[in-house]
Design a protein around this ligand. Structure first.
Ligand code: C2E
Ligand code: CA
Ligand code: CA
Ligand code: CA
Length: 282
């Protein structure tokens, strides 16, 4: 073709080089990020929509943040995959868990949150290996934190792509840790596969919440997940609730828990605590 000449190749080649250079910078930066204090955890409240605690925060999701000295703020969607590929996710994951348990312990001690408040930490497929349950158990013991206060969020693809995942999940569940199935609806798992895994909570992906009031199929999917989860004895968190109309539709559908910008954005600890809905007086 006209673009297939040396010039076209040149552009293509430079594009590739630039991309791998960025990945290299991210990789090198991530290796030092923890030691340099460049990483932090933001928290987003999980709200009860139904029941006697409707309108209150009943938990929070821990979300990793990285502000690199050289690269500036980098989004997790960009650096998490690099950390996974470079074998750095284990160290980062341990750090997030340690920080989340430290923070939760502080909030409890200070009476900022009720005793059954839970914090959920995201876990990559690469972390779902045989030693994860022991690592988690050790951290819980070190922080004197009951397992019931900790949630671990795992995506469908993570479970299906790791042969060690089902056994790791079973042992984590035995510890008493809450297991949340993240981004539900975006993967390819069959419900029969999921039924055999010990998940306690299904997190409905925000793409379905966003379409709920515009696309009948998105609404149908959310309703189907709610009724299925109920018949499986699982709870549901709807993610990415951005406006009152979505929140109201979910409440009317009986969705027990929600998370999203409409209630609060992920924020550093001080801001998270200052704006914690419904628990300020605790
Ligand atoms: P996720 O686990 O699905 O996390 C939810 C993402 O949605 C977060 O993006 C959050 O900031 C964003 N979000 C929350 N409410 C809303 C909303 O109302 N509207 C919209 N549009 N977005 C909303 P974030 O923090 O950029 O994280 C992106 C992804 O990076 C996470 O997706 C998770 O897969 C991964 N991630 C973040 N922290 C960690 C971590 O510590 N470990 C691992 N393995 N992955 C993490
Ligand atoms: Ca998550
Ligand atoms: Ca999610
Ligand atoms: Ca996601």
């Amino acid at each position: 073709s006209k673009r297939g000449g040396p010039g076209g190749f040149r552009v293509f080649h430079d594009g590739l080089a630039a991309r791998s250079n960025r990945v290299l910078q991210l990789e090198q930066g991530l290796q030092r990020a923890i030691g340099r204090g460049e990483v932090s955890v933001h928290y987003q409240p999980v709200m009860a929509l139904t029941g006697d605690r409707a309108g209150q925060a009943v938990g929070a999701e821990a979300l990793l943040r990285w502000h690199s000295a050289e690269l500036g703020p980098v989004r997790p969607d960009e650096f998490i995959p690099v950390a996974e590929a470079a074998g750095l996710i284990g160290a980062l994951g341990d750090w997030v868990l340690d920080q989340a348990l430290t923070d939760l312990g502080d909030w409890m001690a200070a009476g900022h949150v009720p005793a059954d408040f839970h914090v959920a930490v995201n876990v990559s497929a690469h972390q779902l290996c045989a030693d994860l349950p022991d690592r988690v158990a050790r951290q819980l013991a070190r922080h004197r934190m009951p397992a019931a206060n900790l949630g671990l969020e795992v995506t469908e693809s993570a479970v299906l792509n790791r042969s060690t995942a089902p056994e790791a999940l079973r042992r984590l569940h035995e510890l008493g840790v809450t297991l949340l199935l993240d981004d539900f609806g975006t993967g390819y798992s069959s419900l029969s596969q999921l039924q055999e895994l010990p998940f306690d909570v299904v997190k409905v992906d925000r793409s379905f919440v966003a379409g709920m009031n515009r696309h009948p199929r998105s609404r149908a999917l959310v309703l189907a997940v709610l009724s299925l989860a109920e018949s499986f004895g699982m709870s549901v968190v709807a993610e990415g609730v951005e406006d009152e109309e979505q929140a109201e539709s979910l409440r009317a559908a009986g969705c027990p828990r929600v998370q999203g910008y409409f209630f609060a954005r992920p924020a550093p600890v001080a801001e998270f605590l200052a704006n914690l809905p419904g628990t300020a007086a605790v």
